[in-house]
Ligand binder design. Structure first.
Ligand code: ADP
Ligand code: ASP
Ligand code: MG
Length: 402
Protein backbone atom coordinates (compact mmCIF):
# COMPACT_ATOMS: atom_id res chain seq x y z
CA UNK A 1 0.00 0.00 0.00
CA UNK A 2 1.32 3.43 -0.94
CA UNK A 3 1.47 6.61 1.09
CA UNK A 4 0.36 9.67 -0.86
CA UNK A 5 0.84 13.24 0.36
CA UNK A 6 -1.54 15.83 -1.09
CA UNK A 7 -1.42 19.57 -0.51
CA UNK A 8 -4.30 21.95 -1.23
CA UNK A 9 -3.77 25.71 -1.43
CA UNK A 10 -6.06 28.41 -0.11
CA UNK A 11 -8.20 28.83 -3.23
CA UNK A 12 -8.81 25.06 -3.38
CA UNK A 13 -10.57 25.19 0.02
CA UNK A 14 -11.98 28.73 -0.19
CA UNK A 15 -15.62 27.82 0.56
CA UNK A 16 -17.80 24.86 1.60
CA UNK A 17 -18.28 23.66 -1.98
CA UNK A 18 -14.52 23.68 -2.60
CA UNK A 19 -13.90 21.92 0.73
CA UNK A 20 -16.23 19.08 -0.35
CA UNK A 21 -14.56 18.98 -3.75
CA UNK A 22 -11.21 18.45 -2.02
CA UNK A 23 -12.74 15.91 0.39
CA UNK A 24 -13.89 13.91 -2.65
CA UNK A 25 -10.42 13.94 -4.23
CA UNK A 26 -8.89 12.72 -0.97
CA UNK A 27 -11.39 9.98 -0.22
CA UNK A 28 -11.17 8.65 -3.78
CA UNK A 29 -7.49 7.85 -3.30
CA UNK A 30 -8.09 6.53 0.22
CA UNK A 31 -10.86 4.24 -1.04
CA UNK A 32 -8.34 2.66 -3.46
CA UNK A 33 -6.43 1.43 -0.41
CA UNK A 34 -3.80 4.15 -0.11
CA UNK A 35 -2.64 5.89 3.05
CA UNK A 36 -3.29 9.60 2.61
CA UNK A 37 -1.79 12.57 4.46
CA UNK A 38 -3.17 15.93 3.40
CA UNK A 39 -1.63 19.35 4.00
CA UNK A 40 -3.93 22.29 3.72
CA UNK A 41 -3.52 26.09 3.64
CA UNK A 42 -5.76 28.76 5.13
CA UNK A 43 -8.97 29.38 3.16
CA UNK A 44 -8.87 31.95 0.34
CA UNK A 45 -7.41 35.27 1.52
CA UNK A 46 -7.56 34.39 5.24
CA UNK A 47 -3.83 34.90 5.84
CA UNK A 48 -3.89 38.34 4.17
CA UNK A 49 -7.02 39.26 6.15
CA UNK A 50 -5.35 38.26 9.42
CA UNK A 51 -2.31 40.39 8.55
CA UNK A 52 -4.67 43.35 7.95
CA UNK A 53 -6.32 42.77 11.34
CA UNK A 54 -2.92 42.93 13.02
CA UNK A 55 -2.19 46.22 11.22
CA UNK A 56 -5.41 47.65 12.68
CA UNK A 57 -4.00 46.93 16.14
CA UNK A 58 -0.49 48.19 15.45
CA UNK A 59 0.32 49.76 12.07
CA UNK A 60 4.01 49.88 13.03
CA UNK A 61 4.20 46.11 13.13
CA UNK A 62 3.22 43.64 15.84
CA UNK A 63 5.76 41.29 17.40
CA UNK A 64 6.69 38.37 15.18
CA UNK A 65 5.78 35.90 17.92
CA UNK A 66 2.22 37.16 18.19
CA UNK A 67 1.92 37.35 14.38
CA UNK A 68 2.69 33.64 14.28
CA UNK A 69 0.03 32.91 16.92
CA UNK A 70 -2.45 34.86 14.80
CA UNK A 71 -1.52 33.33 11.43
CA UNK A 72 -1.64 29.78 12.83
CA UNK A 73 -5.38 30.36 13.23
CA UNK A 74 -5.93 30.44 9.45
CA UNK A 75 -4.77 26.88 8.84
CA UNK A 76 -6.51 25.67 12.01
CA UNK A 77 -9.86 26.66 10.51
CA UNK A 78 -9.28 24.87 7.22
CA UNK A 79 -8.05 21.56 8.70
CA UNK A 80 -11.12 21.37 10.95
CA UNK A 81 -13.55 22.15 8.11
CA UNK A 82 -11.91 19.67 5.75
CA UNK A 83 -11.90 16.95 8.42
CA UNK A 84 -15.59 17.66 9.07
CA UNK A 85 -16.37 17.30 5.35
CA UNK A 86 -14.52 13.96 5.22
CA UNK A 87 -16.37 12.78 8.35
CA UNK A 88 -19.62 13.69 6.61
CA UNK A 89 -18.62 11.55 3.63
CA UNK A 90 -18.24 8.69 6.10
CA UNK A 91 -14.46 8.22 6.21
CA UNK A 92 -12.14 8.00 9.26
CA UNK A 93 -10.15 11.23 9.56
CA UNK A 94 -8.21 13.34 12.04
CA UNK A 95 -6.96 16.92 11.79
CA UNK A 96 -3.58 17.85 13.30
CA UNK A 97 -2.00 21.25 13.89
CA UNK A 98 1.64 21.63 12.89
CA UNK A 99 2.96 20.86 16.38
CA UNK A 100 0.65 17.84 16.76
CA UNK A 101 2.00 16.49 13.49
CA UNK A 102 5.52 16.84 14.94
CA UNK A 103 6.86 19.90 13.06
CA UNK A 104 9.80 21.15 15.10
CA UNK A 105 11.27 24.39 13.75
CA UNK A 106 13.89 26.96 14.66
CA UNK A 107 12.79 30.20 16.34
CA UNK A 108 12.84 32.53 13.32
CA UNK A 109 9.25 33.68 13.69
CA UNK A 110 7.60 34.42 10.35
CA UNK A 111 10.20 32.47 8.37
CA UNK A 112 11.05 29.44 10.51
CA UNK A 113 12.94 26.47 9.13
CA UNK A 114 11.88 22.90 9.83
CA UNK A 115 14.47 21.15 12.01
CA UNK A 116 12.79 17.75 12.09
CA UNK A 117 9.42 16.10 12.08
CA UNK A 118 8.54 13.73 14.91
CA UNK A 119 6.46 11.27 12.92
CA UNK A 120 5.16 9.22 15.85
CA UNK A 121 1.68 10.72 15.95
CA UNK A 122 1.18 10.61 12.17
CA UNK A 123 2.33 6.96 12.06
CA UNK A 124 -0.03 6.06 14.91
CA UNK A 125 -2.96 7.67 13.11
CA UNK A 126 -2.09 5.90 9.84
CA UNK A 127 -1.99 2.62 11.79
CA UNK A 128 -5.56 3.39 12.84
CA UNK A 129 -6.37 3.78 9.12
CA UNK A 130 -7.16 7.46 9.48
CA UNK A 131 -6.87 10.06 6.76
CA UNK A 132 -4.64 12.77 8.28
CA UNK A 133 -5.24 16.46 7.64
CA UNK A 134 -2.23 18.55 8.68
CA UNK A 135 -2.20 22.33 9.02
CA UNK A 136 0.41 23.61 6.57
CA UNK A 137 2.86 26.45 7.19
CA UNK A 138 3.16 25.90 10.94
CA UNK A 139 5.39 24.38 13.57
CA UNK A 140 6.67 24.82 17.09
CA UNK A 141 10.05 26.04 18.37
CA UNK A 142 12.12 24.48 21.14
CA UNK A 143 10.73 27.19 23.43
CA UNK A 144 7.21 25.83 22.76
CA UNK A 145 6.24 28.88 20.71
CA UNK A 146 4.12 28.59 17.57
CA UNK A 147 6.01 29.42 14.38
CA UNK A 148 5.23 29.84 10.67
CA UNK A 149 7.39 28.87 7.70
CA UNK A 150 6.94 32.02 5.57
CA UNK A 151 4.34 32.86 2.90
CA UNK A 152 3.49 29.91 0.72
CA UNK A 153 5.04 27.63 3.36
CA UNK A 154 2.38 24.91 3.15
CA UNK A 155 4.13 23.59 0.04
CA UNK A 156 7.20 23.04 2.21
CA UNK A 157 5.14 21.33 4.93
CA UNK A 158 3.85 18.86 2.32
CA UNK A 159 7.26 18.09 0.83
CA UNK A 160 8.74 17.70 4.32
CA UNK A 161 6.10 15.12 5.23
CA UNK A 162 6.59 13.29 1.92
CA UNK A 163 10.36 13.18 2.49
CA UNK A 164 10.22 12.14 6.15
CA UNK A 165 7.44 9.58 5.74
CA UNK A 166 8.89 8.18 2.51
CA UNK A 167 5.74 8.86 0.53
CA UNK A 168 5.33 7.44 -2.94
CA UNK A 169 4.36 10.85 -4.28
CA UNK A 170 3.68 14.43 -3.29
CA UNK A 171 0.89 16.16 -5.16
CA UNK A 172 0.48 19.94 -4.91
CA UNK A 173 -3.07 20.86 -5.93
CA UNK A 174 -3.72 24.47 -6.85
CA UNK A 175 -5.93 26.76 -8.97
CA UNK A 176 -4.01 26.23 -12.22
CA UNK A 177 -3.37 22.84 -13.84
CA UNK A 178 0.41 22.90 -13.71
CA UNK A 179 3.57 24.94 -14.10
CA UNK A 180 3.50 27.15 -17.19
CA UNK A 181 6.13 28.97 -19.22
CA UNK A 182 4.84 32.18 -17.55
CA UNK A 183 2.04 33.03 -15.13
CA UNK A 184 -1.00 31.79 -17.13
CA UNK A 185 -3.16 34.48 -15.51
CA UNK A 186 -0.96 37.20 -16.96
CA UNK A 187 0.34 35.77 -20.23
CA UNK A 188 -2.40 34.28 -22.41
CA UNK A 189 0.00 32.36 -24.64
CA UNK A 190 1.77 30.68 -21.70
CA UNK A 191 2.23 26.95 -22.29
CA UNK A 192 1.86 24.19 -19.76
CA UNK A 193 4.99 22.15 -19.09
CA UNK A 194 4.72 18.37 -18.71
CA UNK A 195 7.97 18.28 -16.76
CA UNK A 196 10.54 20.60 -15.27
CA UNK A 197 13.78 19.95 -13.37
CA UNK A 198 14.19 20.77 -9.69
CA UNK A 199 16.89 23.32 -10.57
CA UNK A 200 14.74 25.13 -13.11
CA UNK A 201 11.70 25.08 -10.81
CA UNK A 202 13.82 26.34 -7.92
CA UNK A 203 15.00 29.30 -10.01
CA UNK A 204 11.49 30.07 -11.28
CA UNK A 205 10.05 29.88 -7.75
CA UNK A 206 12.84 32.04 -6.31
CA UNK A 207 12.44 34.57 -9.13
CA UNK A 208 8.74 35.11 -8.53
CA UNK A 209 6.64 32.23 -9.94
CA UNK A 210 4.57 31.67 -6.81
CA UNK A 211 3.04 28.40 -8.03
CA UNK A 212 5.53 26.58 -5.76
CA UNK A 213 7.37 27.90 -2.74
CA UNK A 214 11.13 27.85 -3.39
CA UNK A 215 12.01 26.15 -0.10
CA UNK A 216 9.68 23.30 -0.99
CA UNK A 217 11.53 22.74 -4.26
CA UNK A 218 14.89 22.90 -2.51
CA UNK A 219 13.72 20.26 -0.07
CA UNK A 220 12.19 18.08 -2.79
CA UNK A 221 15.52 18.10 -4.66
CA UNK A 222 17.51 17.30 -1.54
CA UNK A 223 15.33 14.31 -0.65
CA UNK A 224 14.49 13.32 -4.22
CA UNK A 225 10.74 13.75 -3.69
CA UNK A 226 8.95 13.75 -7.04
CA UNK A 227 6.41 16.57 -7.07
CA UNK A 228 3.34 16.97 -9.20
CA UNK A 229 1.62 20.36 -9.53
CA UNK A 230 -1.99 19.86 -10.60
CA UNK A 231 -5.46 21.38 -10.53
CA UNK A 232 -7.93 20.75 -7.71
CA UNK A 233 -10.76 21.75 -10.06
CA UNK A 234 -10.09 19.63 -13.15
CA UNK A 235 -9.00 16.01 -13.17
CA UNK A 236 -6.02 15.82 -15.52
CA UNK A 237 -2.25 15.31 -15.34
CA UNK A 238 -0.25 18.27 -14.09
CA UNK A 239 3.46 19.11 -14.23
CA UNK A 240 6.08 16.77 -12.79
CA UNK A 241 9.08 18.31 -11.04
CA UNK A 242 12.07 15.95 -10.98
CA UNK A 243 15.83 15.63 -11.41
CA UNK A 244 16.06 15.01 -15.17
CA UNK A 245 13.62 15.79 -17.97
CA UNK A 246 13.75 15.44 -21.73
CA UNK A 247 15.22 18.42 -23.57
CA UNK A 248 12.75 20.67 -25.29
CA UNK A 249 13.26 22.63 -28.51
CA UNK A 250 12.92 25.87 -26.61
CA UNK A 251 16.07 27.09 -24.92
CA UNK A 252 14.29 28.41 -21.88
CA UNK A 253 11.73 26.84 -19.60
CA UNK A 254 9.95 29.94 -18.39
CA UNK A 255 9.71 33.65 -17.63
CA UNK A 256 9.12 34.97 -14.10
CA UNK A 257 8.46 38.34 -12.55
CA UNK A 258 9.22 39.57 -9.03
CA UNK A 259 7.85 42.93 -7.94
CA UNK A 260 8.82 42.46 -4.31
CA UNK A 261 12.17 44.12 -4.96
CA UNK A 262 13.87 47.38 -4.01
CA UNK A 263 17.14 48.81 -5.36
CA UNK A 264 19.41 50.60 -2.89
CA UNK A 265 22.22 52.83 -4.16
CA UNK A 266 25.10 53.89 -1.95
CA UNK A 267 26.68 56.89 -3.64
CA UNK A 268 30.13 58.41 -3.36
CA UNK A 269 31.93 55.53 -1.66
CA UNK A 270 35.72 55.65 -1.46
CA UNK A 271 37.28 53.86 -4.40
CA UNK A 272 39.49 51.67 -2.16
CA UNK A 273 39.82 47.94 -1.56
CA UNK A 274 37.54 46.54 1.17
CA UNK A 275 34.60 48.89 0.62
CA UNK A 276 32.28 46.26 -0.84
CA UNK A 277 33.26 43.92 1.98
CA UNK A 278 32.35 46.49 4.65
CA UNK A 279 29.07 47.36 2.95
CA UNK A 280 27.83 43.83 2.47
CA UNK A 281 29.19 42.70 5.81
CA UNK A 282 26.92 45.29 7.47
CA UNK A 283 23.96 43.67 5.70
CA UNK A 284 25.13 40.15 6.50
CA UNK A 285 25.28 41.06 10.22
CA UNK A 286 21.57 41.83 9.97
CA UNK A 287 20.85 38.64 8.03
CA UNK A 288 19.65 40.59 4.98
CA UNK A 289 20.05 38.76 1.67
CA UNK A 290 21.09 40.75 -1.33
CA UNK A 291 20.55 39.81 -4.91
CA UNK A 292 21.79 41.82 -7.88
CA UNK A 293 24.87 44.02 -7.44
CA UNK A 294 26.16 46.79 -9.68
CA UNK A 295 29.34 48.77 -9.01
CA UNK A 296 29.98 51.90 -11.04
CA UNK A 297 33.39 52.62 -12.55
CA UNK A 298 35.44 54.64 -10.09
CA UNK A 299 35.88 58.33 -10.93
CA UNK A 300 37.26 61.21 -8.87
CA UNK A 301 38.30 58.66 -6.26
CA UNK A 302 34.73 57.58 -5.58
CA UNK A 303 32.34 54.87 -6.74
CA UNK A 304 28.65 53.94 -6.31
CA UNK A 305 27.30 50.52 -5.42
CA UNK A 306 23.69 49.57 -6.16
CA UNK A 307 22.13 46.32 -4.97
CA UNK A 308 18.68 44.81 -4.69
CA UNK A 309 16.94 43.40 -1.62
CA UNK A 310 13.53 41.98 -0.87
CA UNK A 311 11.31 45.07 -0.64
CA UNK A 312 10.17 44.51 2.98
CA UNK A 313 13.84 44.55 4.05
CA UNK A 314 14.76 47.83 2.31
CA UNK A 315 14.46 50.07 5.38
CA UNK A 316 16.31 47.60 7.57
CA UNK A 317 19.10 47.46 4.97
CA UNK A 318 19.44 51.25 4.88
CA UNK A 319 19.50 51.40 8.68
CA UNK A 320 22.19 48.71 8.82
CA UNK A 321 24.39 50.65 6.38
CA UNK A 322 23.91 53.93 8.27
CA UNK A 323 24.75 52.18 11.51
CA UNK A 324 28.05 51.06 10.03
CA UNK A 325 28.76 54.39 8.34
CA UNK A 326 31.54 55.09 10.89
CA UNK A 327 33.53 52.56 8.94
CA UNK A 328 32.12 53.52 5.60
CA UNK A 329 32.13 56.96 4.03
CA UNK A 330 29.57 57.82 1.38
CA UNK A 331 27.75 60.93 0.28
CA UNK A 332 24.20 59.62 -0.14
CA UNK A 333 22.01 56.56 0.04
CA UNK A 334 18.88 56.14 -2.10
CA UNK A 335 16.15 53.53 -2.25
CA UNK A 336 14.05 52.85 -5.31
CA UNK A 337 11.00 50.65 -4.71
CA UNK A 338 9.39 51.14 -8.13
CA UNK A 339 11.41 48.36 -9.69
CA UNK A 340 10.77 44.78 -10.75
CA UNK A 341 12.97 41.86 -11.65
CA UNK A 342 12.11 39.90 -14.76
CA UNK A 343 13.94 36.65 -15.40
CA UNK A 344 14.25 33.81 -17.85
CA UNK A 345 15.15 30.31 -16.67
CA UNK A 346 16.27 27.23 -18.54
CA UNK A 347 19.01 24.61 -18.42
CA UNK A 348 19.24 24.88 -22.23
CA UNK A 349 20.75 28.37 -22.18
CA UNK A 350 24.03 27.11 -20.77
CA UNK A 351 25.04 25.53 -24.06
CA UNK A 352 23.43 28.04 -26.42
CA UNK A 353 24.91 31.46 -27.06
CA UNK A 354 22.58 34.29 -27.95
CA UNK A 355 19.93 33.72 -25.31
CA UNK A 356 20.78 36.93 -23.47
CA UNK A 357 20.87 38.88 -26.74
CA UNK A 358 17.41 37.57 -27.64
CA UNK A 359 16.03 38.62 -24.26
CA UNK A 360 17.58 42.09 -24.47
CA UNK A 361 16.32 42.51 -28.04
CA UNK A 362 12.75 41.80 -26.91
CA UNK A 363 13.11 44.46 -24.22
CA UNK A 364 14.66 46.92 -26.69
CA UNK A 365 11.80 46.36 -29.15
CA UNK A 366 9.41 47.26 -26.32
CA UNK A 367 11.48 50.32 -25.44
CA UNK A 368 12.17 49.07 -21.92
CA UNK A 369 15.32 50.29 -20.23
CA UNK A 370 17.51 47.86 -18.24
CA UNK A 371 18.84 49.09 -14.93
CA UNK A 372 20.73 46.00 -13.81
CA UNK A 373 21.51 42.56 -15.19
CA UNK A 374 22.56 39.38 -13.43
CA UNK A 375 23.14 35.88 -14.74
CA UNK A 376 23.88 32.33 -13.65
CA UNK A 377 24.24 29.11 -15.67
CA UNK A 378 20.48 28.68 -15.96
CA UNK A 379 18.96 32.14 -15.55
CA UNK A 380 19.21 35.75 -16.68
CA UNK A 381 17.53 38.49 -14.66
CA UNK A 382 17.04 42.16 -15.46
CA UNK A 383 15.90 44.96 -13.20
CA UNK A 384 13.44 47.38 -14.84
CA UNK A 385 10.77 49.94 -13.90
CA UNK A 386 7.91 48.15 -12.14
CA UNK A 387 5.35 49.76 -14.48
CA UNK A 388 6.81 47.85 -17.42
CA UNK A 389 7.07 44.45 -15.71
CA UNK A 390 4.03 42.80 -17.30
CA UNK A 391 4.87 44.24 -20.72
CA UNK A 392 8.41 42.90 -20.37
CA UNK A 393 7.25 39.41 -19.40
CA UNK A 394 4.92 39.23 -22.41
CA UNK A 395 7.55 40.58 -24.83
CA UNK A 396 10.21 38.13 -23.63
CA UNK A 397 7.75 35.24 -23.59
CA UNK A 398 6.66 36.04 -27.17
CA UNK A 399 10.28 36.18 -28.32
CA UNK A 400 11.09 32.72 -27.00
CA UNK A 401 7.83 30.81 -27.30
CA UNK A 402 5.86 32.26 -30.22
P1 ADP B 1 -2.07 28.09 -3.74
O1 ADP B 1 -3.01 28.96 -2.97
O2 ADP B 1 -2.72 26.86 -4.30
O3 ADP B 1 -0.80 27.80 -3.02
P2 ADP B 1 -0.71 30.12 -5.29
O4 ADP B 1 -1.54 31.35 -5.51
O5 ADP B 1 0.33 30.18 -4.25
O6 ADP B 1 -1.71 28.91 -5.05
O7 ADP B 1 -0.03 29.68 -6.68
C1 ADP B 1 -0.80 29.50 -7.83
C2 ADP B 1 -0.71 30.71 -8.72
O8 ADP B 1 0.63 30.86 -9.17
C3 ADP B 1 -1.51 30.63 -9.98
O9 ADP B 1 -2.84 31.06 -9.78
C4 ADP B 1 -0.75 31.51 -10.97
O10 ADP B 1 -1.38 32.76 -11.16
C5 ADP B 1 0.59 31.75 -10.29
N1 ADP B 1 1.75 31.51 -11.15
C6 ADP B 1 2.82 32.35 -11.28
N2 ADP B 1 3.69 31.87 -12.16
C7 ADP B 1 3.21 30.68 -12.60
C8 ADP B 1 3.70 29.70 -13.52
N3 ADP B 1 4.86 29.83 -14.16
N4 ADP B 1 2.93 28.59 -13.73
C9 ADP B 1 1.76 28.44 -13.08
N5 ADP B 1 1.25 29.33 -12.20
C10 ADP B 1 1.97 30.45 -11.96
N1 ASP C 1 -1.55 30.47 4.39
C1 ASP C 1 -0.16 30.77 4.17
C2 ASP C 1 -0.01 31.88 3.14
O1 ASP C 1 -1.02 32.41 2.67
C3 ASP C 1 0.63 29.55 3.78
C4 ASP C 1 0.29 28.96 2.44
O2 ASP C 1 -0.75 29.27 1.85
O3 ASP C 1 1.09 28.14 1.96
O4 ASP C 1 1.08 32.24 2.82
MG1 MG D 1 1.07 28.84 -2.77
Amino acid sequence: MALIVKKFGGSSVANAERVFNVANIITKDYAKGNDVIVVVSAQGDTTDDLIEKAKEINPNGCSKREMDVLLNAGEQISIALLAMAIEKLGYPVISLLGWQAGFNTDSHHGIARIKNINTERMKAELDKKKIIIVAGFQGISKYDNLTTLGRGGSDTSAVAIAATMNAQKCQIYTDVDGVYTADPRKVKSAQKLDEITYDEMLELATLGAQVLNNRSVEMAKKHNVELEVLSSLEEKPGTIVKEKVKMEKTLIRGVAKDTDVAAISVIGLNNNPGIAFKLFNALAQKNISIDMILQSVGRDGTKDITFTVNRPFANEAIEAIKLFSDNLEFSDIKCDSDVAKVSIVGAGMESHPGVAAKMFEALFDSNINLRMISTSEIKISVLIDENYADKAVTAIHDAFFN
